[in-house]
Write a protein that binds this ligand. Structure first.
Ligand SMILES: Nc1ncnc2c1ncn2[C@@H]1O[C@H](COP(=O)(O)OP(=O)(O)O)[C@@H](O)[C@H]1O
Ligand SMILES: [Mg+2]
Ligand SMILES: [Zn+2]
Length: 462
């Protein structure tokens, strides 16, 4: 059976654990000095080595070869743990065993001496999932642990672990692994697996994995499944890193106060089944990047971006931070409202539209004021009206018109995957509410050109 690379290449010795030097050294020192604690807490983001280090530590404290703080890998205990015949080391997934009875069973078990090892080790993964009463039961055991018992608790959400438990543990915070460290490990694994991995591709995977080695190995696995030669182009294709140019197009339009282009871009993305909530999150992240790259050295804080995107951000390093902060707030509050069940598309459009308005003018004012004072360009200006699907003034008899958007690619990148089923194709307005586009933008007139017209629903959400 095929074993995923990240399972196959789980480090078996401390020396193979990448990017957690301080933790590894501290654990090794304890083993060398024979000063083993009774409770440890490993916390940090996913895929950074918590379970891996817990397993190595559990083996190391019991390994019969004490000449090094690493498990030897060949003694009866090491072999027995690997083949599952040694039962003194247990891994419990608290996500599925979170009841007080599960923990009581565990407590009863701790009373018995280990069968073969020096220590019984209980690795409780996702410990934050335990119920309150289960935590209380665990606390009782941890208050007076039998000499031969070690608990290793692992969690990605340490803030959900009660303080009473935390105070009894030695805590180790696992860091996100740097792109360079990830790339190094990938090149090693690829070499062993006879995968021809280009160093540039390894570096790109390192950036995309955003600190998680497991994710990095999964991307490599996917790529190697397609071709044994893994280069940057393949990584881009398999990881769904397509051009996120649309984010720049939207923010550039907003910066120019061009609500029409920004809203048309959103309409087009929606037509391609892009989830509006997801887009809203991407825009918030995008403005965060714009905010950061205006800081000296801030580009180092960008995460999950491809080199091309980094170049695009670098080209906008003069982006006004004030505008970036305003946009982050606007998209943040749109997301909050979406979570309360309001129409996702309207919330997103509202946020984008309000950002194209001068800061002093709130959306409420814009909607309430006569159209002439709000002065965005009418929708028809400069663009064919049928690319925009919002206007609700639809003649029911009108046959649906195929929208003028590129077809959705067959291998849709992950962020284009709809979280909701795509909506029925919407009938296009045959007779658009505004007369179709003259080539050059119409001069702003004082007549009520009705820029708010296409959004009569706004009154419902304001
Ligand atoms: N620090 C690391 N060094 C080397 N490989 C790692 C590291 N962290 C994670 N991995 C890889 O990712 C896989 C999952 O890691 P795991 O320790 O289970 O992560 P978690 O922190 O979520 O418990 C491991 O099997 C291993 O292949
Ligand atoms: Mg884990
Ligand atoms: Zn051993």
């Amino acid at each position: 059976m095929y074993r995923a690379l990240y399972r196959k290449w789980r480090p078996q010795r401390f020396a193979d654990v990448v990017g957690q030097q301080a933790i590894v050294t501290a654990l090794q020192n304890q083993i060398a000095a024979g000063r083993i604690g009774h409770a440890y807490l490993f916390t940090g983001t996913r895929g950074t080595g918590k379970t891996t280090c817990a397993k190595i530590f559990a083996k190391a404290v019991n390994c019969l070869d004490t000449s090094s703080p690493d498990p030897c890998g060949v003694c009866a205990v090491c072999k027995g743990v690997d083949d599952g015949s040694v039962l003194d080391i247990s891994e419990i997934d608290a996500a599925s065993n979170n009841s007080v009875d599960d923990i009581r069973d565990l407590r009863d078990e701790t009373a018995y001496l280990p069968a073969m090892c020096k220590y019984k080790v209980y690795i409780i993964d996702e410990v934050h999932m335990l119920s309150t009463s289960a935590f209380n039961a665990l606390l009782k055991t941890m208050e007076e642990p039998p000499e031969h018992v070690i608990f290793i608790l692992a969690t990605t959400e340490v803030q959900k672990v009660p303080a009473t438990i935390l105070s009894r543990c030695q805590r180790y915070d696992f860091q996100r692994i740097t792109a360079a460290d990830i790339a190094g490990r990938l090149l090693y694994v690829a070499g062993e697996e006879k995968i021809d991995l280009d160093p540039g591709a390894a570096e790109l995977i390192g950036r995309l994995a955003d600190g998680a080695m497991r994710d990095a190995l999964s991307i490599l696995d996917t790529c190697a499944g397609v071709s044994n030669t893994v280069d940057e182009a393949l990584v881009r294709r398999m990881a769904g890193v397509t051009d996120r140019q649309y984010l720049f197009e939207i923010s550039d339009a907003i910066a120019k106060g061009d609500s029409v282009t920004a809203l048309q871009e959103i309409a087009q993305l929606r037509q391609q089944s892009v989830d509006m909530r997801r887009l809203c999150m991407e825009l918030a992240g995008h403005y965060r990047n714009l905010m950061l790259c205006a800081l000296p050295g801030g580009e180092k804080l960008l995460t999950g971006t491809s080199p091309e995107e980094e170049a695009a951000y670098a080209a906008r390093k003069d982006f006004p931070q004030r505008d970036a902060v305003r946009a982050i707030n606007a998209f943040g509050s749109a997301l909050e409202k979406m979570a309360r069940g309001t129409d996702q598309r309207i919330e997103l459009e509202l946020a984008v539209f309000s950002l194209t308005q001068p800061e002093a003018v709130t959306v409420q004012q814009v909607a309430a004021a006569p159209a002439a004072t709000a002065s965005p360009q009418p929708f028809a200006a400069g663009q064919p009206a049928q690319t925009y699907t919002v206007p609700p003034v639809v003649q029911q008899s009108a046959p649906p018109v195929q929208a003028d958007v590129p077809p959705v690619e067959e291998s849709e990148p992950a962020f284009l995957q709809p979280e909701l089923p795509p909506l029925e194709p919407q009938p296009q307005p045959q007779a658009a509410p505004v007369t179709p586009a003259p080539k050059k933008p119409r001069p702003r007139s004082t007549e009520p050109a009705g820029p708010i017209q296409p959004f009569p629903q706004w009154s419902a959400v304001l």
